[in-house]
Design a binder for this molecule. Structure first.
Ligand code: FES
Length: 575
């Protein structure tokens, strides 16, 4: 007896000789599609975040064509559609404000249309989580195809990396060690090809985690954007998504608790971005997979950072790919029992099978187990009265000598206050001080700004100070570095204890003990709490909706009403 063929979702639009099917097909035929495309072929949505305002994704139309080829080759019917694009470099106040908005766009676009499975074309930081969140809430078969990193930047004989070079060159400029002309000259040198940031910033981190989660094809993490093998990957993904639809392999069958645990450990091994903490918690939330902030610390704690990439290390994504890329890291972690090699991936093979032949051809870039970049990578989750719901720090990007530190607070009430006073030669600050920035969390700076790695006071830079302890409820660019405590929750705008810090208070950071303590007695804190007044917050428009519903960083900053999977049920006809 033949296996019954599962009815495709798209057939609820295109099947039969009724009036509705006529209408759905007829309008689509204005694009010149032959009739047989509507007769039971899996319809594959190519969900594209292409935009000239998102420079990191500006090449995705070319990749969409490669996907299209693959879908046709496998007997599917590809249909490309645009969704809100999120360009990290241009969007104000921060692209993160719009991650959840884009996820809604993706979710509703999939559910409302005759789509059986999707290719998610992603690249710049927030596009990856936004599209995965949206697709996860529909739980359709999906493959994420990342745009790939830019080629390495070269400037005056030096390799310079996206973002990381900006912070460093700007500090050099501020310290009077770099002429303005040379600073400006670095602009084009840093970004010389299509693609995402070439450091292990948030975009590269998320591209690697797509591969580690099994929701992308092998090697998705590191192939440069302009390397023809990125086009091949897109074409193969196009072929494969058609099979996933036929096999009914929906996202929830790939994005399991084991897949998330794998991704957290991989994030530690690659020295990945702190933003990944927020994004993975949000993606898991869409699928009902329990993932807590403390899981990051628990799972990543003993994982060494093996990848020597900026901002934690020396090299760039191009070097990582030539060294063997993420499969080498996955294989190494598997060999040390740190991954679940049985986790299924979208190419139909397990994670373990995919990387069995991976070979490290440059142990300087991908360090061997015996000589890691950082012995214990991972994200440290700090607790204490300054962050009762947790804060994070990335030890691999921090200064070891500052990981245990006690210093007096120099407080900035918000980012404007910081800008107004940081250059002041009379600012009462020294190298031992702890810089505290308030009101930059999900609600306070709607979207949670990437300003946690606030630049050091110029007068200290001129003295040769290169790092200080910095604490905030903000995020930090994945390309940034320093002894920077982020994501303090509850945030200052909600009246978390961060809001109560005053200049001169003593603060104690102890990363080994996972402690972050404001050394002020509870009676004094209670007095300050009683005097604290909430600031006026955004109202109306999307920003108003956002601040009313955004969850705190430890819960992924999703909007409370978007958490969960609503499935891909077929909406009713309206004609
Ligand atoms: Fe787009 Fe870095 S700004 S990937």
């Amino acid at each position: 007896m033949d296996t019954p063929v599962r009815k495709l979702r798209s057939q609820a639009w295109f099947e039969g000789a009724g009036k509705n099917a006529f209408m759905y097909r007829s309008w689509m035929k204005n694009q010149g599609f032959p009739g047989d495309l509507f007769e039971g072929r899996p319809v594959i949505g190519i969900c594209n975040t292409w935009s000239e305002l998102t420079p990191c994704n500006a090449h995705l139309r070319d990749l969409a064509e490669r996907v299209r080829r693959g879908v046709y080759e496998a007997g599917g019917f590809p249909l490309e559609f645009p969704v809100t694009s999120l360009g990290e470099s241009n969007m104000r106040p921060t692209a993160m404000l719009f991650r959840n908005l884009a996820s809604m766009d993706v979710e509703e676009s999939i559910r409302a249309n005759p789509i059986d499975g999707v290719i998610l074309l992603v690249g710049c930081d927030k596009t990856t989580p936004a599209l995965l969140m949206g697709a996860a809430s529909c739980d359709v078969p999906a493959i994420a195809v990342s745009g790939g990193p830019m080629l390495s930047g070269h400037h005056r004989g030096e390799i310079i990396g996206s973002g990381t070079a900006v912070w460093r060159l700007h500090e050099e400029l501020q310290a009077g060690r770099l002429p303005v002309a040379e600073f400006l000259d670095a602009e084009a040198a840093m970004s010389r090809s299509a693609g995402t940031c070439n450091t292990m910033g948030t975009a590269s981190t998320m591209a690697c985690l797509v591969e580690a989660l099994g929701v992308g094809m092998p090697e998705n993490g590191a192939i440069p954007a302009v390397d023809s093998r990125r086009q091949v990957l897109a074409q193969l993904a196009g072929r494969r998504i058609v099979d996933l639809v036929r096999e009914d392999v929906t996202l929830s069958k790939i994005l399991t608790p084991a897949a998330f645990a794998n991704a957290i450990r991989v994030n530690a091994a690659i020295g990945g971005s702190t933003n990944a903490v927020i994004h993975l918690i949000a993606i898991a939330g869409r699928l009902g997979v329990p993932l807590a902030l403390d899981d990051w610390d628990r799972l990543g704690r003993n994982v060494p950072t093996l990848v020597d990439l900026m901002p934690s290390g020396r090299f760039l994504m191009e070097d990582f790919y030539y060294a063997g890329g993420l499969p080498v890291v996955l294989r190494t972690l598997l060999e040390h029992g740190l991954l679940d090699g049985g986790a299924m991936t979208v190419n139909g093979h397990t994670l373990g099978d995919n990387v069995a032949a991976a070979e490290n051809v440059n142990p300087e870039v991908i360090r061997p187990w015996s000589n890691p970049l950082v012995a214990s990578g991972g994200i440290a989750v700090l607790r204490g009265n300054l962050a009762t719901d947790g804060a994070v720090i990335k030890p691999s990007a921090a200064t070891p000598a500052l990981m245990r530190h006690r210093g007096r607070a120099v407080v900035f009430e918000d980012f404007d206050d910081y800008h107004a006073r940081i250059d002041d030669p009379d600012l009462d600050v020294d190298a031992e001080s702890v810089l505290v920035l308030k009101n930059c969390g999900p609600r306070g700076f709607p979207g949670m700004a990437e300003v946690g790695n606030m630049g050091l006071p110029p007068k200290l830079l001129r003295q040769g100070v290169t790092d200080m302890v910095r604490i905030s409820d903000a995020r930090m660019s994945g390309t940034a570095y320093g002894t920077v405590v982020l994501h303090a929750a509850p945030e200052a705008a909600l009246g978390g204890n961060l809001a109560l810090v005053q200049n001169g208070d003593m603060i104690e950071l102890d990363v080994d003990a996972r402690r972050l303590v404001l050394d002020v007695d509870e009676a004094e804190l209670a007095r300050r709490r009683a005097a604290w007044r909430a600031r006026e917050r955004a109202s109306g428009g999307y920003a108003g909706l956002y601040v009313d519903h955004v969850l705190q960083a430890d819960r992924g900053c999703d909007l409370d009403f978007l958490v969960g999977c609503r499935g891909a049920g077929i909406p009713a006809h309206s004609h």
